[in-house]
Design a protein around this ligand. Structure first.
Ligand SMILES: Cc1ncc(COP(=O)(O)O)c(C=O)c1O
Length: 401
């Protein structure tokens, strides 16, 4: 059994035995978090997992306690907990509760957007817009659907959902500075959905806030824009900003967020999006009722009340990232400037054999991306994990792989 899982279960058993009111200590930051889904229990303990951009420090202690407390409510539907989370998220983001939709991870939000806003054109001639602004500025949704426009490379889940919906997927290469080429993306779609992943996965690069803002202002309202801010909390560049404040003026804008990254809840599955109420109404029918479970909701609610979760996660990530980039630079390897909890290292040779060689040494890194075939995506784990990575990396590159 992976170490993380076994620790959590033991912890849960202790907590349940001791009663719901027990205090939960913050998990030790030095405890190595090895393990991998899909591996046998014996193999898993030897693996350093730097391939999924997870948060190695895990959830807030307040989230662990909240899950323990809510264990006995597992028999109930999670409406009250969902309402409470929506209320908090609406307040935090300065929007109405009708403007927040929860998802089973932000992955579900991406799927809902693809289902609602992409797919075959129903009019046959491609001329029917998805959504049309009325004189009052709100949107009247039309039956027609459109294309899915994405950067290349970007987070691929939404491409698959769009393909299932029958959409034509258009990929627009990132610019030389690894930002979204927004003019080309805009020119590619007069309807459908444009996906902007900012910071972008797999490059960890950002598209500057002024460019995104101007783009959102310019795009015709029949074209929907989904800005995926999964890594929002890790970005500290003055050129970066959330697009949530723009939703007020833009009925075609949706912003997605997740509890999987800075909140350390990837295994629990909770995300959300913010948009104008009419847009949320368009997404809702695509969704399973009560798609977020009560444990995830309780943990998410508690996480938002823990002021240390975001600041500590951000600080630990940037300290460790600085350590890793220093060591890599000393070895002669550069990287794409990272605004996330992962980075793209220029390995100056085809990456695939390196990935395999690291894997054989028990270090899992991101898969190869065809358009960046000489780059390796590595999640920033804990210091101890990164030391193991650096040692294995040094071995494989000096061994002529
Ligand atoms: C850019 C981006 N968006 C969305 C997701 C999905 O996150 P989740 O479904 O865990 O919220 C990920 C996961 O890695 C991601 O990298």
């Amino acid at each position: 059994m992976p170490e993380l899982l076994s620790m959590s279960r033991r912890r849960f058993a202790q907590l349940l035995g001791a009663g719901a009111a027990v205090a939960v200590a913050r998990p030790s930051l030095s405890r190595p978090l090895f393990g991998d889904r899909g591996l046998s229990s014996t193999a898993a303990t030897a693996v350093v997992r730097l391939n999924s951009n997870e948060n190695p420090y895990g959830p807030s202690p307040a989230a662990l306690k909240a899950m323990t407390d809510v264990f006995s409510l597992a028999w109930r539907y999670p409406d009250e907990h969902a309402d409470q989370l929506i209320q908090t998220l609406a307040r935090m983001n300065g929007v109405d509760q009708k403007q927040v939709l929860l998802g089973d991870g932000s992955g579900e939000i991406l799927k809902l957007c693809a289902a609602a806003f992409t797919g075959p054109m129903s009019a046959g001639n491609g001329a029917v817009p998805l959504a049309r602004p009325t004189r009052g500025g709100s949107l009247t949704f039309m039956p027609g659907r459109g294309k899915m426009i994405v950067a290349d490379p970007t987070f691929e889940a939404i491409l698959n959902h769009a393909r299932v919906a029958g959409a034509e997927v258009v990929k627009v290469p990132l610019t030389k500075s690894f930002s979204h080429d927004l003019p080309k993306m805009g020119a590619a779609a007069m309807e459908g959905l444009i996906y902007i992943c900012n910071p972008n996965n797999p490059t960890a690069s950002i598209t500057p806030k002024n460019e995104v803002r101007e783009f959102i202002d310019r795009v015709p309202r029949q074209t929907m824009i989904l800005v995926d801010e999964a890594y929002f909390h890790y970005a500290d560049s003055p050129d970066y900003e959330s697009m949530i404040p723009m939703i007020k003026e833009h009925p075609n804008l949706i912003v997605a967020r997740t509890f999987s990254k800075i909140y350390g809840m990837a295994g629990l599955r909770c995300g959300y999006c913010v948009a104008q109420p009419e847009t949320i109404q368009r997404l809702r029918p695509q969704q399973v009722w009560d798609s977020v479970n009560i444990m995830a909701l309780a943990a998410a609610n508690a996480s938002l009340n823990d002021p240390d979760q975001v600041t500590n996660g951000r600080r630990l990530n940037s300290e460790t990232k600085r350590f890793v980039t220093g060591k890599l630079e000393a070895m002669g390897f550069g990287h794409i400037p990272s605004q996330a909890n992962f980075m793209m290292i220029d390995v100056k040779r085809p990456v695939r054999p390196l990935i395999d060689a690291l894997n054989q040494r028990g270090v899992q890194v991101g898969r190869a991306f065809p358009t960046l075939a000489n780059h390796m995506r590595v999640t920033i784990g804990k210091q101890a994990e990164m030391e193991i990575f650096l040692s294995a990396f040094r071995q494989v590159v000096s061994g002529g792989v």
